[in-house]
Design a protein around this ligand. Structure first.
Ligand SMILES: Cc1cc2nc3c(=O)[nH]c(=O)nc-3n(C[C@H](O)[C@H](O)[C@H](O)COP(=O)(O)OP(=O)(O)OC[C@H]3O[C@@H](n4cnc5c(N)ncnc54)[C@H](O)[C@@H]3O)c2cc1C
Length: 296
């Protein structure tokens, strides 16, 4: 084990909840004169997620994060029904890499410590909290822990489903009329004994994000998703080129989160219950955590 270092705050994980919280602390001038470390097992250098959510121009998240919106839509169509105008609202898209880059900017600008390593244990000590990674030991007064949540076995009337999805960013061979309408939950695909639907999100420069999503106990596999995607895209857009792929898995559960309570360790993000069991959305709830922490 290498040398140990002391910090005021340690953020375990450098994903959505940490970045949103860091930015909130930054805007309140709370990153100065503090020793802060951010530890993540991943380098966060790949665009591996799409963060979409509902907002409006007077929504605080819109005012603070508009510069990261890749795209916004003002119309929606659900299950291929007639597009409807979203009055005073928008559905917006932030690419995860834009958020990870924002985290890197904060780290550099405020000279925080960034550690690329997996945390193996977090324990209370006499003076604070000890965080052990694969190759170092850290100590801090307060830890913000965003490692993924573990759920208890669902009790009666509780569920644990997975929202799994595989998507392509495509460029159709025939140019696609730029559209201000996002297609949500198009169920016109084979269900295979699950609940499955498509998302179609038109993007700038003749690109479209097309995603097949399953709500189920077993995740959708590439072998199952790819024929569905291919058939659907051919049917709606004709020949196409795949520019990028996206794959994800979100727990949707009403069961309790199993998380040891440790004095000085604050769970954030999915670990604090931010993921809405009915939709798998969590981004806005992570953003709102800044208020909870302010009041605590
Ligand atoms: C593919 C995908 C797409 C999603 N899309 C949306 C969306 O469109 N809209 C929406 O509202 N929500 C969405 N969500 C749900 C939710 O907003 C995200 O999961 C969000 O990233 C949750 O933030 P978080 O900080 O809790 O977790 P994360 O952003 O996943 O961050 C946790 C970090 O912890 C790190 N980590 C894990 N274990 C360790 C360890 N032992 N040591 C060190 N680091 C560790 C991970 O590498 C990761 O970087 C999506 C989720 C997924 C998986």
């Amino acid at each position: 084990m290498g040398y140990s270092e002391n910090f005021d705050y340690i953020f375990v994980g450098a994903g959505a909840s940490t970045t949103l919280l860091l930015r909130s602390l930054e805007s309140r001038g709370m990153l100065t004169q503090k020793r802060i470390a951010i530890i993540d097992a991943d380098s966060k250098s790949i665009n591996d997620k799409t963060y979409c959510f509902w907002t409006s121009s007077d929504d605080p998240i819109s005012r603070q994060y508009q510069h990261l919106f890749t795209q916004s839509w003002s119309k929606i169509s659900v299950n291929r029904q007639k597009p409807e105008m979203l009055e005073n609202a928008q559905y917006v898209y932030i690419s995860s890499i834009a958020l990870y880059d924002e985290c890197r900017r904060i780290v550099e600008q405020h000279q925080l410590v960034r550690e690329h390593s997996s945390v193996t244990s977090i324990t209370r000590t006499e003076n604070g909290v000890q965080v052990i990674t694969e190759n170092r030991e850290f100590h801090a007064k307060t830890i913000f822990d965003s490692r993924p949540p573990a759920f208890a076995l669902p009790e009666k009337n509780e569920v644990l489903l997975w929202q799994t999805f595989i998507g392509y960013i495509i460029s159709p061979s025939q140019s696609f009329e730029p559209s201000d309408c996002v297609d949500l939950m198009d169920f016109d695909i084979s269900q295979d004994g699950y609940t499955q639907f498509m998302y179609v999100l038109p993007l700038p420069n003749n690109r479209i994000l097309v995603e097949v999503t399953r709500f189920g106990i077993e995740p959708i596999t590439s072998d199952q998703a790819e024929p569905i995607l291919n058939e659907y895209i051919q049917r709606r857009f004709g020949a196409y080129e795949i520019l990028d792929k996206e794959q994800g898995k979100i727990p949707m559960s009403t069961a309790k989160i199993v998380c040891e309570k440790i004095d000085g360790v604050i769970p954030i993000g999915g670990r604090s219950g931010a993921i809405k069991p009915s939709t798998g959305y969590a981004f806005k709830k992570c953003f709102k955590e800044r208020n909870t922490l302010r009041n605590s």
